[in-house]
Write a protein that binds this ligand. Structure first.
Ligand code: LLP
Length: 406
């Protein structure tokens, strides 16, 4: 965890709003997984959609990590950063023919999640190797919007379509080298992970898919967001995952690689959004602290009712009071925290919004024409990577350059 003094010094040096990432924690989280899941063929492909900061990704690349990518942009970024193509898996949703061709040409493993795309591939690309994404038929996640398995989502091929899959594979002489599932983000129950694994392993027989090299069980490992929230016993979970996978490889007849694609687990707790309070207001019953960031820069509270802990870095011992911590965007929902007890907030205090490492910057935008914050990565106690913030002038010039009146 980064300390208060360092965060305050960074806010002063790089100005707010500012994302700060603890690069050492990100790498430690990646490495921890190999301790939790002691299966020799374990491979971790970090979900790049959670955080595509080039400084953080470079640390993960050097630690040996792979990447889970979901768009041609992510694949191009991963390759430009020097991730070998063998360490990249591509799992797009509803990809276009052009996207398919573009990514196929790079040589990364294509993970196909619909019969509709598989039918096209069998006709147009006979003989290629690919991975198939199935819907594990298990519903779990920290929010209805982040549950991926089950009937109500757009993801994966249904398990009961396996015969149709096999005939398309035969027709196109395709080589299925991997099977994939992703149950959801922020999985609440260890049992869901095991059940999804079992559901995928049940169809991963040598009769159905004789050429398998790996099974990929997606991401979803949960981390605590609220103070006092229990941390999952990943040692116990990892042992159970290993036990079940080893039993599966016995049945399959040879060892396969086991992949996971964590995003939140790797990045969430390593990130802080630092924001300065510029306005204090009492609106009858509500005490409002208004700051210099807003929901386009950290959208999780608005989109998922997500809880993010807030620290008052510059007045940690102030007398506690209850605040709405609001942003600088012209919308009522623009709140990082509602009715939250915090040490007294004064004008110009610096707040840190915790767990801002996953799905915060990466889901950001420039609504109200405010540029995204700068980002810094800290490792070994010093800043090792800086991505600066565009000035308002630069942001506008960029937009003006993109279009022309006809
Ligand atoms: N693999 C696949 C195929 C995925 O779709 C995802 C996340 C992951 C791996 C990584 O899941 P994680 O380990 O991060 O839970 N924006 C939401 C989360 C959306 C996750 C989308 N897919 C949030 O902020 O809670």
């Amino acid at each position: 965890m980064l300390n208060r003094e360092l965060l305050l010094a960074l806010a002063k040096e790089y100005d707010t709003p500012l994302f700060v990432y603890d690069g050492d924690m990100v790498v430690a989280r990646y490495r921890d997984l190999f301790g939790f899941i002691p299966y020799p063929g374990l491979k971790i492909c970090c979900a790049m959609k959670a955080n595509y900061n080039p400084g953080l990704l470079a640390l993960l690349r050097d630690a040996g990590a792979g990447l889970d990518t979901v768009s041609p942009g992510e694949v191009i970024m991963a390759l430009k950063l020097g991730f070998p193509k063998e360490r990249i898996i591509y799992t797009a949703n509803n990809m276009t023919d052009e996207e398919f061709e573009q990514v196929l040409a790079t040589g990364v493993v294509m993970n196909i999640g619909s019969l509709s795309r598989l039918r096209k591939i069998a006709k147009t690309h006979p003989g290629i190797s690919l991975c198939l994404r199935f819907n594990p038929d298990v519903c779990d996640g920290d929010n209805a919007k982040t549950m991926t398995g089950g009937d109500l989502t757009k993801f994966g091929i249904l398990l009961e379509s396996v015969e149709e899959v096999k005939s398309l594979v035969r027709e196109g002489n395709l080589k299925v080298i991997g099977l994939h599932e992703h149950t959801g983000s922020g999985l609440q129950r260890a049992e869901s992970v095991y059940q999804s694994m079992e559901n995928l392993m049940a169809i991963a027989t040598p009769e159905n898919f004789p050429d398998l090299q790996f099974l990929d069980f997606g991401g979803g490992f949960k981390v605590p967001y609220k103070p006092g929230e229990a941390r999952i016993d990943y040692v116990a979970m990892g042992a159970e995952i290993t036990r079940r996978f080893e039993a599966f490889t016995q049945r399959y007849g040879r060892k396969l690689d086991m992949l996971f694609e964590p995003g939140k687990y790797i990045f969430a707790e390593a990130g802080y959004l630092l924001t300065e309070v510029n306005t204090l207001k009492r609106n009858r019953s509500r005490l409002i602290a208004g700051c210099d960031s807003g929901f386009p820069q950290l959208i999780r509270p608005v989109l998922y009712d997500a809880y993010h802990e807030v620290w008052n870095l510059s007045n940690p011992d102030g007398k506690p009071q209850v605040y709405d911590v609001c942003g600088n965007i012209c919308e009522t929902g623009d709140r990082f925290a509602e009715q939250r007890e915090l040490p007294e907030i004064r004008e110009y205090d610096i707040l840190a919004i915790r767990n801002a490492g996953a799905y915060c910057y990466s889901m950001g935008g420039v609504y109200n024409l405010r540029a995204m914050p700068a980002e810094v990565v800290v490792s070994g106690g010093k800043v090792v990577y800086v991505r600066r913030r565009l000035s308002s002038e630069e942001l506008c010039d960029q937009i003006l350059k993109e279009g022309r009146s006809l």
